[in-house]
Design a protein around this ligand. Structure first.
Ligand code: SF4
Length: 259
C-alpha cells in the first residue's frame, strides 16, 4: 500500500467527558431567565459549597431525556465522546426547530473537564450558541475556551452562603477574562449575608468589570426564597450605589417544577 492513508479521527479520552445528565428546560436564573436551553450537566467540582444541591459525582451511567422536555430519561454510558453529544443535541434541535435558544454547559464545575470541552464546544457551537455556567475559580482552564463561548454566567462565592472562604484571587483573575465576553456575575445571598460582605464583593467586582450585570440571587431553601423582599431591596440599593447594573432575580425554575 502506498500514498497518504487518511485515517478516521482517533477518539481519545480527552475528547470524551463524564456527564451527569442531559435535559431540555427553561433557564431559571439570571439574565437569560425564561429561555429554553439544552442543559448538559458535567461531573466533578473543585469546590464544596454548603448550599450545594447539585448532583455532580461521576457514574458509569447517566440519565438523558428520551425526548427534549418530556421528563422521562434513558440511561447512557459515560464517558461521552464528542460525536455522541453532538448527535444528541443536533437531533433535539431538529425535532424542535427554534425551540432552544442555546446550550447550557453546567455542572458541577464544567471547567474541571476543560480538555474535553476544548473538543466539544466547537462542535456543539455549530448547532446552538454556548452558555457556560461556572463557579469562576479556574481561570487557566477558561483561557483556551473563550473563543467558543457566547455567554458566561460566573458565580461569585460569598463565604456566608458557601461556608468556605471566598476565593478572591481566583475570582479576580477569572472575572478579568470573562468580562471580555458577554457575561453576568451572580451572587447568591442568604440570611447570613451581611451588608459589609456584600458590599466588599460588589466593590471588588466593580473595580474589575464596571459594566458587567450583577445578579443578586436570594438563596432558595426548601424551594422558598430565603430573604424577605425588603431585605433584598435594601441590598439592591446599597449595591446599586456602587455598581449601575444590579438586578434581583430568584431562581424561578422551582416554580415550574422544572429541573
Ligand atoms: S460550585 Fe456549584 S456545583 Fe460546586 S459545590 Fe458549589 S454549588 Fe455545588
Amino acid at each position: 500500500m502506498s500514498g497518504n492513508l487518511i485515517l478516521p479521527a482517533r477518539v481519545t479520552p480527552l475528547s470524551s467527558a463524564m456527564v451527569v445528565e442531559v435535559f431540555s428546560s427553561i433557564q431559571g436564573e439570571g439574565l437569560h431567565l425564561g429561555r429554553r436551553q439544552i442543559f448538559i450537566r458535567l461531573a466533578d467540582c473543585n469546590l464544596s459549597c454548603a448550599y450545594c444541591d447539585t448532583e455532580f459525582f461521576r457514574a458509569s451511567l447517566f440519565p438523558s431525556e428520551i425526548r427534549p422536555g418530556c421528563g422521562f430519561s434513558t440511561d447512557r454510558e459515560n464517558p461521552v465522546p464528542v460525536y455522541e453529544i453532538a448527535e444528541l443535541v443536533a437531533g433535539w434541535n431538529r425535532d424542535l426547530p427554534g425551540a432552544h435558544h442555546s446550550i447550557s454547559i453546567t455542572g458541577g464545575e464544567p471547567l474541571c473537564q476543560a480538555d474535553a470541552l476544548a473538543v466539544w464546544l466547537p462542535e456543539l457551537r455549530k448547532i446552538l450558541p454556548i452558555h457556560l455556567e461556572t463557579n469562576g475559580t479556574l481561570p487557566e482552564d477558561l483561557v483556551p475556551l473563550l473563543g467558543e463561548i457566547d455567554f458566561i454566567s460566573m458565580d461569585f462565592k460569598l463565604a456566608s452562603v458557601t461556608g468556605v472562604p471566598t476565593p478572591w484571587e481566583e475570582h479576580k483573575r477569572f472575572l478579568a477574562l470573562a468580562a471580555q465576553s458577554p457575561c453576568q456575575v451572580k451572587l447568591v445571598v442568604g440570611p447570613q449575608t451581611s451588608f459589609d460582605e456584600l458590599l466588599a464583593a460588589v466593590r471588588f467586582i466593580h473595580e474589575i468589570a464596571p459594566d458587567v450585570p450583577m445578579i443578586l440571587q436570594p438563596q432558595t431553601i426548601e424551594r422558598r426564597v430565603s430573604l424577605a423582599a425588603h431585605q433584598l431591596l435594601e441590598m439592591q440599593a446599597l449595591a446599586a450605589a456602587i455598581h449601575h447594573d444590579i438586578r434581583v432575580i430568584p431562581q424561578v425554575h422551582h416554580f415550574l417544577n422544572a429541573p
